[in-house]
Design a binder for this molecule. Sequence first.
Ligand code: ADP
Length: 294
Amino acid sequence: MNEAVVFECFSYAYPKTEPVLNEIEFVVPRGSFTVITGPSGAGKSTICRAMAGIVPNYYGGRSAGRVLVDGEDTAGQRIADLTRFVGLVLDDYESQLVSLTVEEEILFGLYNRGLAPAEALPAMRKALNEVGLTGKEKLRLDELSGGQRQRLAIASVLAYKPDVLVLDEAASALDPEGAESLYRMLDELRRDYNLTVIVVEHELAYVLPYATQMLAVVDGRVAACGALDEAFSALWTKPELRALVPDLWQIKFTMEAYLNRKLGEWRTAAEAAAALQTVLTKGETEEYDQRRTG
Ligand code: ADP
């Protein structure tokens, strides 16, 4: 099966609310790095909860359509069974940490699932190694930095060896350096273990270097989805959605319109500078100036 997660015309309303998701259609290929973006209140966290099965299985409410995880409808499945396939790290990840020390944090969950120490200890060491926390096993949680606690929350989910890792606004409490290093690490995990990574992120500049596709959600509906070029182009054609296009791509689309040529996929400022340097030969710059002033 090539699809890790499939939303089939999925709609959802929390108990006593109007629908907050409307006919969501979306496919997450296995091994992809998907970024979900959109304004606050658009329904991004609810989509994450639906992938982990806690919507609607834990929250209740009304739903229509289906969410398939590894080909199976999440409806009616036990949340604990689903966590073997989908690991969810919440935006409020500190609330996911419940133990005194690093190793207890990971072992707590594994023992809860009935693993014997012979299985749990190697799983704990592997998960800590994957997030760069080897050697910190005996540290108390209050001895870790914010970034390290974030990595621990991810490790405690990775220890269950999920195929899909979902992070909801994971970088919101990190400084830019911490955020960059978090997303670099997630991309390495994706490549090394064919992990499917799905992140909700406002600051698209952090994830542009890694994202293989995106989903933009506005008012509980899919506003655009697909490969970056396809999805950002769709947003760019609608003036009311242009603010969702990252600054770098806003410059790219503006230059493309002036130069009447495609400038490639801009994932970093360095790539943008290189593309512009190549394309803006002297003649074209003059032509561009003339068009702008004339
Ligand atoms: P986002 O993650 O894009 O900010 P959410 O998925 O958190 O959006 O919220 C989408 C809508 O669902 C909002 O209107 C929000 O108020 C509502 N909502 C979120 N959680 C609950 C809940 N537990 N009960 C009722 N309404 C909720």
